[in-house]
Design a protein around this ligand. Structure first.
Ligand code: CA
Length: 409
C-alpha cells in the first residue's frame, strides 16, 4: 500500500513539478511518524501586466579620473562660459561626495560659469542624477529668485544663452527648486525644499519625452511627479554656477535612459517536508524572477490557523494529529509573489527507540569492527612471533656441559 502511495505521489509531483518525493520511502522508518503527502497544488499568482523600470546609463562621471586643478575635457565636458575665470572651473579635492574629488564651478556677477556634456539618445524616457552642493548662501543676490547653481537638461543651441528645459537649482532665497519651461512655454520654478550650504543633495529627474512630463526626487524622496513641460529638444547636461558668485560642486553625475519591461514573479521550490511527531520542517528555495529583484519575505500559513514570516527552513509544531494544508508564499521586492501549497499528515507516535548501540549495518559499527579486527590480528601475530622466537632460542641453546670425568683412583 505504501509503495502504491509513493508511486502515485511521484507521478503527481513529476507532472506538477512540485516536490521530489524520493526520500519518502526512507521515511517509513520504524514506528514513528510518517508522512503522507497526498496532494499537491501548485498555484502561481503573478500580478498581471506588472512592469519594472530598467535604467541604462548613457554616461556617468565621478570626477576621480582627472588631475586636481584641471578642467575635465578628457571626459567630454566643455566649458561654455567661464564665470569668474577658467581657473575656477576645475576638478577639486576640497569637497567631494565620492571618494576624493568633485567638479567645481564659480560664476561671477553678470557672467555665469556653465559646463556641459552632450549626449544623444532616441529613448522615450531619459533622466539625470547628480550630487550637488553650494558652498554658501549668496551675499548680494540679484533677486531672491536668482539662481545660484544648477544641473539639468538643456540645449546650448536652442537660445542665445541656451535653453534650460528642466534643471534642479539652488535658488538665492535658500530653496532647492526645479526650474523648467512649462507647457505654456513659460519659465517656472517649483520649490522642492530648503537647502543648507555645505551639504550634498542627491537630485534626480526622469523625463518622459512622449508625454512631456517629468518627476523629480531630492535625496531619493519624490518631490514632484508628472509635471507638464514644453516639448524638449535636449542634447546635453549642463552644470552651472550663476551670477550669485557662489562656488558650487558637482559629483557622481549620470544621464540614463529608462525602459519599462515586464516584471516576472519569483520562483519557489519546496523540498520534501520532514515530519517528526507533530512537528513539520520544510526547506526550499525562492529565487527572484529577474536581476535586480530580491526576495523580501516568505510567508507561511500552517493550515491550523497560525501563520508567520520565516526564512527557509521553517518548522511548526501542531497541537493535534491530522492532515493540514501548508501554504507558502514568496514575495519579491516589487510585490510580485508565488504561492505553493501542500498537504501533510502528522501523527502522534510512540517515542522512537533511541539506539544505544550502533546498528550492525551502520558505517560506524563497521569501522570499529574492522579496527578491532586489525588490532586483534596484530596482537596475534606478535604473540605467535614471540613464541616462535622462544622456541628457536631454546633449540639453539648449547648442549649442557659434559659431566665431569669420574675421579681417578
Ligand atoms: Ca567624486
Amino acid at each position: 500500500m505504501e509503495n502504491f502511495i509513493n508511486f502515485m505521489m511521484q507521478e503527481i509531483f513529476s507532472e506538477g513539478g512540485l516536490i521530489r518525493l524520493k526520500s519518502l520511502r526512507k521515511s517509513s522508518a520504524a514506528g514513528v511518524i510518517f508522512l503522507l503527502l497526498i496532494l499537491m497544488s501548485s498555484t502561481f499568482i503573478p500580478i498581471a501586466n506588472a512592469q519594472r523600470m530598467v535604467e541604462t546609463v548613457i554616461f556617468s562621471d565621478d570626477f576621480e579620473g582627472y588631475e586636481v586643478g584641471t578642467f575635465p575635457s578628457s571626459g567630454g565636458w566643455t566649458l561654455v562660459w567661464d564665470g569668474a575665470g577658467s581657473r575656477y572651473q576645475v576638478v577639486t579635492s576640497s569637497h567631494y561626495h565620492s571618494p576624493s574629488k568633485s567638479f567645481q564651478l564659480l560664476g561671477a556677477y553678470g557672467w555665469s560659469s556653465v559646463a556641459e556634456k552632450r549626449f544623444s539618445t532616441a529613448a522615450r524616457m531619459i533622466g539625470f542624477e547628480a550630487y550637488m552642493m553650494a558652498e554658501s548662501y549668496p551675499q548680494n543676490p540679484v533677486s531672491t529668485h536668482a539662481g545660484v547653481g544648477s544641473v539639468g537638461f538643456w540645449n546650448r543651441d536652442e537660445a542665445t544663452w541656451g535653453k534650460y528645459y528642466v534643471t534642479v537649482a539652488f535658488r538665492a532665497d535658500g530653496y532647492l527648486v526645479v526650474h523648467f519651461i512649462n507647457d505654456a512655454g513659460a519659465e517656472e520654478d517649483i520649490e522642492l525644499q530648503p537647502y543648507t550650504p555645505g551639504m550634498w543633495y542627491k537630485v534626480r529627474v526622469v523625463l518622459d519625452r512622449s508625454a512631456n512630463t517629468f518627476s523629480v526626487w531630492i535625496n531619493d524622496e519624490l518631490k514632484a511627479s508628472n509635471v507638464k513641460i514644453t516639448e524638449t529638444n535636449i542634447n546635453g547636461l549642463e552644470v552651472s554656477s550663476a551670477w550669485a558668485g557662489v562656488t558650487c560642486y558637482f559629483d557622481d553625475v549620470k544621464v540614463f535612459t529608462v525602459e519599462e519591461k515586464a516584471a516576472t514573479p519569483p520562483t519557489l521550490t519546496l523540498y520534501d517536508p520532514q515530519v517528526n511527531g507533530l512537528t513539520v520542517t520544510i526547506n526550499g528555495v525562492a529565487t527572484p524572477g529577474y536581476s535586480g529583484a530580491s526576495i523580501s519575505r516568505i510567508h507561511w500559513e500552517w493550515g491550523d490557523g497560525s501563520s508567520e514570516d520565516s526564512p527557509f527552513p521553517a518548522s511548526h509544531m501542531y497541537s493535534n494529529a491530522g492532515t493540514y494544508t501548508v501554504t507558502v508564499t514568496a514575495y519579491q521586492s516589487d510585490g510580485l509573489s508565488v504561492t505553493k501549497a501542500l498537504q501533510i499528515k502528522v501523527e502522534i507516535s510512540p517515542s522512537p527507540a533511541i539506539p544505544t548501540t550502533p546498528s550492525a549495518s551502520s558505517p560506524t559499527f563497521l569501522i570499529i569492527f574492522i579496527v578491532i579486527l586489525i588490532i586483534f590480528i596484530i596482537i596475534a601475530c606478535v604473540v605467535v612471533l614471540v613464541l616462535i622466537g622462544i622456541y628457536l632460542r631454546r633449540r639453539r641453546a648449547p648442549p649442557p656441559p659434559p659431566p665431569p670425568p669420574p675421579p681417578t683412583e
